[in-house]
Structures are given as C-alpha cells and as structure tokens.
Design a protein around this ligand. Sequence first.
Ligand SMILES: Nc1nc2c(c(=O)[nH]1)N[C@H]1C(S)=C(S)[C@@H](COP(=O)(O)OP(=O)(O)OC[C@H]3O[C@@H](n4cnc5c(=O)[nH]c(N)nc54)[C@H](O)[C@@H]3O)O[C@H]1N2
Ligand SMILES: Nc1nc2c(c(=O)[nH]1)N[C@H]1C(S)=C(S)[C@@H](COP(=O)(O)OP(=O)(O)OC[C@H]3O[C@@H](n4cnc5c(=O)[nH]c(N)nc54)[C@H](O)[C@@H]3O)O[C@H]1N2
Ligand code: SF4
Ligand SMILES: [Mo]
Length: 725
Amino acid sequence: MAPREGDDATTTRHITCVLCEAMCGLEVSLRGQEIVGIKGHAADPLSRGHICPKGVALQDLHTDPDRLRRPVKRVGGEFVEIGWDEAIELAADLLHGVQARHGRDAVATYLGNPNVHSTGALTHVTMIPRTLRSRYVFSATSVDQLPHHVVAWAMFGHQFLLPVPDIDRTRLLVLVGTNPMASNGSLWTVPDFPGRLRELRSRGGRLVVIDPRRTETAAVADEHHFVRPGTDAAVLLALVHVVLAEGLARPAPWVSGIDDLRLAVADFTPEVAEEVSDVPADTIRGLARDVAAGSAAVHGRMGVSTQEFGVLCQWAIQCLMAITGNLDRPGGTMFTTPAIDIVGRGLVGRGHRGRTHSAVRGLPEFGGELPVSVMAEEMEPPLPAIRALLTVGGNPVSSTPAGGRLDERIAALEAVVAIDPYVNETTRHAHVILPPTGPLERDHYDLIFHTLAVRNTARWSPALFPRGKDQRHEWEIARDLVLALSRRSGRRLGWRRAVRLRASPRLTVDVLLRSGRRGLSVRRLARTPGGVDLGPLEPRLPDRLPTRDKVVVLTPAVVTDGLAALRARLPELRDAAGSDDLLLIGRRHQRDNNSWMHNTDRLTRGRPRHQLLMHPDDLAVRGITDGSLVTVTSDVSSVQVEVRATDDVMRGVVSLPHGYGHRRPGVRLSRAVEVPGVSMNDLTDPSRVEGVSGNAVLNGIPVVVAPAVAIGEPDSVAKATPTTG
Ligand SMILES: Nc1nc2c(c(=O)[nH]1)N[C@H]1C(S)=C(S)[C@@H](COP(=O)(O)OP(=O)(O)OC[C@H]3O[C@@H](n4cnc5c(=O)[nH]c(N)nc54)[C@H](O)[C@@H]3O)O[C@H]1N2
Ligand SMILES: Nc1nc2c(c(=O)[nH]1)N[C@H]1C(S)=C(S)[C@@H](COP(=O)(O)OP(=O)(O)OC[C@H]3O[C@@H](n4cnc5c(=O)[nH]c(N)nc54)[C@H](O)[C@@H]3O)O[C@H]1N2
Ligand code: SF4
Ligand SMILES: [Mo]
C-alpha cells in the first residue's frame, strides 16, 4: 500500500508509535510526502484509537533541523559532516585502537532506552557489545527495571517472564509507584489506560494508588495513599503478612515455599509498616483482604524499582499475586502469548548474575550488564578501567546518577563514539556520531512490547518514508561497525552471526513470524494495518516456566537474603518519618520523554513544568516563598531551581522531573536549550544502589532545600556545582 504520489491526493497509512511502551497504532494522513494529520487508529485491536501528544509530535522529530542525518566527526570544537564509509572506519579505529592499547575491557558500551523501541537495534545493535567482548556493558535497564528481571529470574526462572495486570478483566487494580496517566504504562503495554480505567469502573472495579505524590493517576483513582519514599517494601511485605496470617492464601499447586514465606515476613506487620511509611495499618489490612478476595492485579514500577529496596518490593508483589491465586488468572497478573515468543524461543537469555564484577566496587553483572551507577568510577583517573565509550540511543549524562560527574569523566576519555540522531548532553563529547534513520523512516515490529501487552496482537509497521540516500538504518550502521571491528581484531564471525548480521530486521521478523505458532508473516500482517488480534491473555502456568520442576519459587535466597538489610534500616526509617528531613522523588509528564524530545515546540510550549514541587508546610518551615529560586543540595551536588508549592506531594517529599537541564555547552538542540530546568541526576548519588541488583536509587534521595542566593542568571537556570567527590 504505497502512498499515491501527487499534490492533492491524501493517503492514509498505519504505523506504530515507538515513543513509549504503549506502542499505539497511529493513522497518518499524507499529502505527497507531507504529513497533514496524525491520529489514533480507531480499528487497532490493541490501542483502540488512543494517541497522546508525543505521538502527534513524531512529525516534528521527522522534520527537526537539529536531527542529524549524516555522520559527523569532531574537528576541534566543531562537528563536521563526513561520509558513511569514513565515519564507520573512524569509529572502528577509535574503539579498536583503545582495545589494542589497553585491553578489551577498556571500551564500554551504553545502550539507552530507544534501543528497545527499535527493531534494528534489537536485531543488530546487540551484536556490537558481543563483538567488543568487554565486560563493561551498561544500559538504561539499571536505572529502571532491573529489579523486575532479577525477581522474575529468581522466581520464574527467566528474567523476561514479567506478568502484566489484566486490566480489562480485573476487579481491583493496585498501582504502586507508577503513573500511567502520564507514562502510559511501563512493563505493561496498556494503550488507552484512561479508557480501560473507565471500563474497569463501569464494571464496578476499583483503582487504588500508592504514591508519595497525588499524581494524575492518583487523581482519577478511587483511593490514594501517600507513602514515604523508599518504604514500600515494608508495606508490600505487610500485605503478604496479612494474607498469610489471616489464612487467606489460595496459591496454585505450582507455587512452592509458602511456609518459608510465612516465616520470612513474620515480623513485617502492618504496624511496623505504618511506622515507617505513614500508610495506616488498617488500610494495609483492608487492602490485603481485598486483594485476597477475588481477582486483583498489583503492579509496581519506577517508584518502587528505582529505590533502596526495589528487589524486595517487586518480590513482595509477585508473592502477593501468587499466594492470593491472582498470578496467571484472568483479572490478575498474566503472561502474554506473543506471535514472536522471545522467551519461549530463547531469543532473550534466562538471566545470570555475578559472572563478572565491576572493578572498583565489585558490583555483580546481571544478564551480561553491569550497573550503570559504576560507570563514572570506572573512568576515574589515574588508572581508569574504561577509556572509551560507545553510546547507542542513550544520554547517561542526563539519565544516570551524578550525571554531572560522569559528564567530566566522559569528556576526558580517549574515544567517544555515538550512534544517535542528536548532539545531546552526552554525545556532544563524541569524536564521531553515526545517526540512524528516525521512527518514520524505518520498519518496525515490536519484539519487546508485544511480550508485555494487555492483549495478544501482532502489528507490522512499515516505514512511512523511504530513507534518504545519505541516511543509514540503525541495523546497517551496527552491521557495518561489527564488520569493521571484526576486520581489525582478526576474529572471524561465526556463520550464524554472519547470516544474522546481513539479514534485515524485516527478514528476521518474517522468519520468526513464519516459524512461530500463529502462522503469521510480514506480508500477512502488512495486509492488516493495525495488526492481527490474537485474543485476550490466557493462563500459561506452569508450562510457561522454563525450569525443569515447573514451580514458582516464593523464597529464592538471592532475594530473601536482602531482608536483613531492610530490617536493619527500619529504625532509621522510623526516625526519618518523624523528622523534617526532605526526600527527593522524580516525576514524568505526559509531554516529556525522558531526556529527549524537548526540541519540539509542540511538547514544550505552555506552562513550565520543570519546578521543584514542595509541600506548603515544608516551605513555611524554611521561610521559602512559592515561586522563588531555591538551592537543592544532595550528597553529591547542588542545583538551583524554582520551587512550586503544592499539597500534591506529601510533607517531607520534594519532586523534580528528570531529563531537564539542556544548557550544557555544545548541546545542539536549539529549542531544548531554551527549556528551563535542571537535571535531577546532578543530584542522584551513584553510591546509592539497590543491594541485590545494583539498580540505581533515583527516588528517596535525601536533600536539603534552602532559599537561593541570587546568582545573576534568570530563574531556574541550572547551576550544578559538585560538592563532593
Ligand atoms: N510521558 C512519558 N511517558 C513515559 C516516559 C516519559 O519520560 N514520559 N518514560 C517511559 C519510560 S522509559 C518508563 S521506564 C516508564 C515509567 O513509567 P512509570 O513507572 O509510570 O514512571 P513514573 O511516571 O516516573 O512514575 C513513578 C511514580 O513513582 C512515584 N514514586 C517515587 N518514589 C516512590 C516511592 O518510594 N514509593 C512509591 N510508591 N512511589 C514512588 C512517583 O511519584 C511517580 O508517580 O514511562 C515511560 N513512558
Ligand atoms: N532521576 C531519574 N533518572 C532517570 C529516570 C527517572 O525516572 N528519574 N528514568 C530512567 C529511565 S526509566 C530510563 S529508560 C532512562 C533513559 O535514559 P537514556 O536511555 O540514557 O536516555 P533517553 O533520554 O531515553 O535518551 C535517548 C537518546 O537516544 C536518542 N535516540 C532517539 N531515538 C533513537 C533511535 O531510534 N536510535 C538511536 N540510536 N538513538 C535514538 C536521542 O538522541 C536521545 O538523546 O532514564 C533513566 N533516568
Ligand atoms: S501513548 Fe506512547 S505509544 Fe501512544 S502515542 Fe503516546 S507516545 Fe506514542
Ligand atoms: Mo525506562
């Protein structure tokens, strides 16, 4: 269905939005090569016509003059365009040169979030670290969902067996530390969350939100409970405690270890939880009974993953679902049956932990990656382990802890290479940037998010526009770089990898679809714009478990060993609950997208939303006025930002969004640099990591807020000044 050419004829095309996990099906109207409209595709069996402002902004990305379309190399302080062959050879020379001089671990790779939204990145970019064979592989996973993978690996035997809330059939939805009204869902592909919530309500169902902020989701919930940041583990374990103590457990036969679990949570009573969390014990008891009483789905995301006890939180949630019989049943949390089964077919490994460790702190790898919180220290002079960095679709300076310090380390590296369409806060340090085609110029099949979706569907999204002759797809860049690196190292590619490397993502997806159980193909899907409906989620256990005994293990030692640390912290958490100290948490806005897309006017105009949110009582205690400039100081740094008074945050909690603060020298984002705000990750502390997984702690950061001394710059301009380290 190629668009008809001609100035007047309007054609309609259907594509998948790749900007977030909701993977909405969009309907694009074209006049010639010009987009004249983007709306949700009403007939799409998964997203049912949903769209958000970011989906509309895809066209701005496409036409953004700041988006790189040809490679650039750094000459002095400037980037100059070069040809593709020269760029690939230069990138390979830089990376190989560092490995030849300092050993293969001297080159680190950081894979950012957009990789999971790009088929070509999943099929090809993943081969780059395998070619470099350095232990320093990092990704956004360890500032995000790593606890989920660790828990799934330990309990279900596979890091990617992640149950999703069956929102379309549940009676009770409990959301902890997640704000789908803004984020559109995470590890839970739930396009049209608002519509699905309305349906839940009209069925007589209920939504309960547990969050230190009255979020957009809390605002539409039936119940919202404030919780002190970083204390959810006590609350969630108390829910498990109540179910077991009151004899409400109804586990399936394939669940093992319930007696050990009872012992493990014996001391986590609702009263203990209340003391540290401020969630009333009666509320916890009532909620536990409700969850046990019938179909219920509990989901916890960023707020409970990127905190001190993230693994315990995710574990407690899985235990709660399993013992109440809600795991793997309609209306509970369920596993998908995707057309391309990346779990069942072994396309994603089951997971492993501790095969290597970081040099300075000795943190363990998980699934072949080290926690990104160690990246800066491994670059530390005089004898840095890491001397070169390859980033692919990532911006660790803005997205990972103590980004300001990391920024300085990256600037001092021997070589920096980026596969990225923008000169962002990180890639501005690159010696060469290889820009891939954009989301409208490439084919897409969602290998990841079909696996996490509330309904089984399959959708092929063909490139809307052909790539320009000077442009390269991500998979082509990765292919050429792998070949160039292999030539230099003299290591031959095995035939399997050589074949995979040369196959386009379209071909790979087609082979996977054809060999799957659903009898699909790219051609078949292409005939059904919007995709094929494969039905609601179905019970999959215990067959779906890859383990020999086919049992869900409730008390894996790697997780329960972490309980001691929580017990040891309870007295401090109790004291903190009664103090005037402040804890910093993050937030997302519907029109933000991590650290990018601030370069579009459509998404940034209107009321500013970069401010520090703070409770009026906390302001009053400090003599700070609403709207004034404040200094926020953490253990690692301080920033100056405007404050906004609101009782949407609980007392003792302040909130900043991440991904702001674009005014670092050399950033080539002409609109984004005008957006006020600071980078929250100048404040986050890489030494604070979750104990089992090494995941970054991005929520519940102790900070001090004080009136700012005027610094002679406009309000809310970033002034990151390292205070330690
Ligand atoms: N519009 C938009 N959508 C996005 C993104 C985006 O940047 N913008 N990013 C995408 C990505 S990469 C991801 S991973 C997902 C994330 O999706 P979500 O998990 O929904 O992420 P957040 O909106 O950050 O929600 C985290 C919530 O946790 C709360 N919180 C903070 N600390 C605590 C705590 O200690 N306990 C509890 N209970 N809650 C806490 C915060 O107040 C916040 O409401 O969103 C995706 N979608
Ligand atoms: N304090 C705090 N920090 C956080 C979070 C938080 O909630 N609070 N959230 C964390 C989370 S969940 C995530 S996922 C990370 C995200 O962190 P990152 O993945 O490091 O950063 P992004 O902001 O997603 O930036 C990705 C970059 O990829 C580039 N890009 C866009 N599309 C493509 C593409 O198709 N191909 C390639 N090669 N490049 C592309 C853009 O130029 C952009 O600069 O941030 C984390 N950091
Ligand atoms: S909700 Fe996510 S997938 Fe849907 S249009 Fe918005 S950004 Fe795109
Ligand atoms: Mo994320």
